[in-house]
Design a protein around this ligand. Sequence first.
Ligand SMILES: Nc1ncnc2c1ncn2[C@@H]1O[C@H](COP(=O)(O)OP(=O)(O)OP(=O)(O)O)[C@@H](O)[C@H]1O
Ligand SMILES: [Mg+2]
Length: 243
Amino acid sequence: MRPIEVGALAKRYGRTTALDGIDLHVEAGQVYGLLGRNGAGKTTLMRVLLGLVRPGSGTVRVLGHAPGDPAVFRRIGALVEGAAFYPHLSGRDNLRLLTRYAGLAESEVDKALERVGLSGRADDRYRGYSLGMKQRLGVASALLGSPELVVLDEPANGLDPAGMAALRELIRSIGDEGGTVLLSSHLLGEVEQVCDRVGVIHAGRMAFEGTLAELTAGRSLEERFFELTGEGDWAPSPERRTA
Ligand SMILES: Nc1ncnc2c1ncn2[C@@H]1O[C@H](COP(=O)(O)OP(=O)(O)OP(=O)(O)O)[C@@H](O)[C@H]1O
Ligand SMILES: [Mg+2]
């Protein structure tokens, strides 16, 4: 059984087609990177996988279950578009709450804080955290309980170079220990260094799926990315067909 199986997934928000026939297969132990421009559909895809938004049509199985099935809740860790934490509580207390909610041992909290290098500031209030510290706490929350599937939406956001390097190592270590990681990123170099397999989403469709070597075929990742997703302009979101 693959940890993630998605077939012909479509999702529409009103007249906007966010996902338009996505197929995605992620194997156990893989680090899978989703690339795509702003508005391509990365976050929406992750939200569907986590049961946070309902798919319009298509098939979705996560760890062999329907998305959001309580049976697999504890086996999945996720950080999707800015985790919400209580500002008046410390980082540590925020994670404690999450372990309680998920029925995990409290000892998981310090382990996760350690892994993201936040132990030294764990007792400070969340509202006093810098952007990168907030992001680290979000990543820590996804690691609680060492879940077998970790979904990270742009985990490198706001991290300093040392933090990014540490994050890469962390993500690799999850994969090396047999865990599966699905991450999204705008940082082509990050994806290049850490992912076994990549998917390029463009306007709600998979424009490419395969290994990095297959994607680049000897050329630069940037060049290939632009080729698949359009170049240059600041053009906000790709054009969409409206129903
Ligand atoms: N809750 C929502 N209501 C309406 N439209 C939405 C909603 N969420 C996403 N969309 C639309 O769906 C499309 C895909 O958005 P999504 O957030 O999945 O893109 P993304 O690839 O994560 O982009 P980014 O790189 O900017 O994070 C966009 O056109 C977006 O405006
Ligand atoms: Mg997004």
